[in-house]
Design a protein around this ligand. Structure first.
Ligand SMILES: Nc1ncnc2[nH]cnc12
Ligand SMILES: [Zn+2]
Length: 346
């Protein structure tokens, strides 16, 4: 078996605010004079026992109050990129939640300046490429999403696409039809969370009304065999987040997670971390978790990594480079590995 942390891979479902580790949260709180309602790092970590998506989101939004200036967003993003690069990450499409910051009086330009500075540095220093996707909060009014899009101005060329996140049930994709049409007309990539907690009809709406290029999560499609057939036929990428699904009680345990069945079924699944600081691991840890719980083979891991590259918003040449690296990884023979490869003639 090869080391999954060295497998070259892309991550397509990553909320940058969800990479805020408690240690950094406390450091930034002290710097910015923000009082966190937790006594210590350990006490904050003890809160990471979630009932569902909403209970997680309450802590996620409250803790990000420590992010105030561009340098905070830059530090946050740098810390994520360094950790993920050490786990084989070669490309990432990064989500951020601007409304969660502008409601607190932090300007959109400040948020983007900080995140972009770190993304640019990682490209130069780590060879790690990226795109930036602005998410609308679906539990806030669709009109507010429209106003945010209108107000982008000089920030528009600094984002690569849009997404839709936050509390899902009761906030169906179709509410956001208009702003998605405008984003598509502006040449942006479009994705949306659908079928995380809500049913297959949300996945259908994301495809038919928002015309998304990928579906984030999407695992509730499994309730609807016809939808599964369609997703296979159209090879719609699904950005599945196994550790997140367990922590938010969408799936009981990692050993029960359907991601490898989905792969075998021909769905274009990718494996991602979602909010790694809260859900127990970065993208390499997710692959390792699947190995420990489900016996993920090198072949399955490489297939998932190839899917992540194919479904990413990296450019054609970059995708080709990462594919070549995956092929090289597959050709490695770790000590004790069994399989079809035989030692060459002596
Ligand atoms: N898993 C998730 N689902 C919806 N919104 C989110 N925002 C951050 N993580 C999320
Ligand atoms: Zn998510």
């Amino acid at each position: 078996m090869n080391d999954l942390h060295t497998l070259p891979k892309a991550e397509l479902h990553l909320h940058i605010e969800g990479t805020l580790e408690p240690e950094l949260a406390f450091e930034l709180a002290a710097k910015n004079g923000v009082v966190l309602p937790h006594e210590s790092v350990e006490e904050l970590r003890r809160q990471y026992d979630f009932e569902d998506l909403s209970s997680f989101l309450a802590l996620y939004y409250a803790t990000m109050a420590v992010l105030r200036d561009a340098s905070d967003f830059e530090r946050l993003t740098r810390a994520y990129l360094e950790r993920a690069a050490a786990q084989g990450l070669r490309h990432v499409d990064v989500f951020f939640d601007p409304q969660a910051h502008t409601v607190r009086g932090v300007a959109l330009g400040t948020v983007i300046d900080g995140i972009r500075a770190a993304l640019d540095a990682a490209r130069a220093e780590l060879g790690l490429t990226s795109t930036l996707l602005l998410c609308f909060l679906r539990d806030r009014p669709a009109a507010e999403a429209g106003q945010l899009f209108d107000s982008l101005g000089e920030q528009l060329p600094r984002i690569d696409g849009i997404g839709l996140d936050s509390a899902e049930v009761g906030h169906p994709p179709a509410l956001f039809e208009e702003v998605y049409a405008r984003a598509r007309a502006a040449g942006l990539h479009v994705v949306a969370h659908a079928g995380e907690e809500a049913g297959p009809e949300y996945v259908r709406e994301a495809l038919d009304v928002l015309r998304v290029e990928r579906v984030d999560h999407g695992i509730q499609c499994l309730q609807d065999p016809e939808l599964v057939d369609r997703l296979v036929a159209e090879q719609v990428p699904l950005t599945v987040c196994p550790l997140s699904n367990v922590r938010l009680r969408v799936v009981d345990t990692l050993a029960d997670h359907p991601v490898l069945d989905m792969l075998e079924r021909g769905l274009l699944v990718t494996v991602n971390s979602d909010d790694p600081a809260y859900f127990g691991g970065y993208v390499g840890d997710v692959f390792q978790g699947l190995r420990d719980a489900l016996g993920l083979t090198d072949e399955q891991a490489a297939a998932l990594a190839r899917n992540s590259v194919d479904a990413s918003f990296a450019g054609t040449e970059r995708r080709r480079e990462i594919h070549a690296e995956i092929t090289e990884w597959e050709g490695r023979r770790a000590p004790g590995r069994t399989g079809s490869a035989r030692p060459g003639p002596r």
